[in-house]
Ligand binder design. Sequence first.
Ligand SMILES: [Zn+2]
Length: 300
Amino acid sequence: MLKVAWSNVYAHPLPEGHRFPMEKYSLLPEQLLYEGTLTEGNFFTPGSIDERWLLNTHHRDYLDRLERLELSRAEIRAIGFPLTAELVHREKVIANGSVRAAVYALQDGVGMNIAGGTHHAFSDRGEGFCLLNDIAITANYLLENQLVRRVLVVDMDVHQGNGTAEIFRGRTDVFTFSMHGEKNFPHRKEKSHLDIGLSDGTGDREYLCALTANLPKILEVFEPDFLIYQCGVDVLASDQLGRLQLSQNGLKERDETVLTLAKNNRIPVMCCMGGGYSKRIKDIIEGHAHVFRLAQSLYF
Ligand SMILES: [Zn+2]
């Protein structure tokens, strides 16, 4: 049975006037239940993560200051969320959701987290709505516990996975692949193992060509035994932050390409959600729903 991490702290309300679409974390599971893609039995509730698994990825000093809510104003501004104990707790639960979904994936082939993909968190700082890097925490957890030997991060969010790239710079047991809008945030890019920066207005055909030209090659050369898929939906044409022009069909085909390649190569995959900032919340939910429907139809 498909296992999906979700906790009510995922949708922790933000102060009035904050524009981050936090409600997607409650509307997405509601939609998936309503349409029958998931039942209550698919969900599990992660608790907070043990600090030792954060220390594999983040500096002790940063974690301590985060815990004491002592980041500087500039650091908080870079994150874009107010710094509260609830939001720090929320990210620890999300990180644990990704870790536990990954462990389920080892058994079932696929596991999901209805949040996460917080790829702008660096080893020593947060950025762009990300405090802790759940992708890196998960990869390090799997490797440290010798559950896998080589992890491939496929980051398809419209924004470059800069934090993940920094954390895994020079590592040979993790390969970071980021396909993003070249002119999108972050303006100063980090170096992933492979970056594909797409020009403004890139549509379905060109996008899918870039994916199918690169992903099979990476699988062949790197031979990962685990895949972490950051399936952000801010590549949609309707997105207010993204500069690409994907349709819902293109997005669905992207998810299908990644999941099918993982399945055919017998590589377990953990999917975490990433960004989505379309004006209509319906477009965001529909965008994220594809990957759950596909996981159900391909694996179960
Ligand atoms: Zn994004």
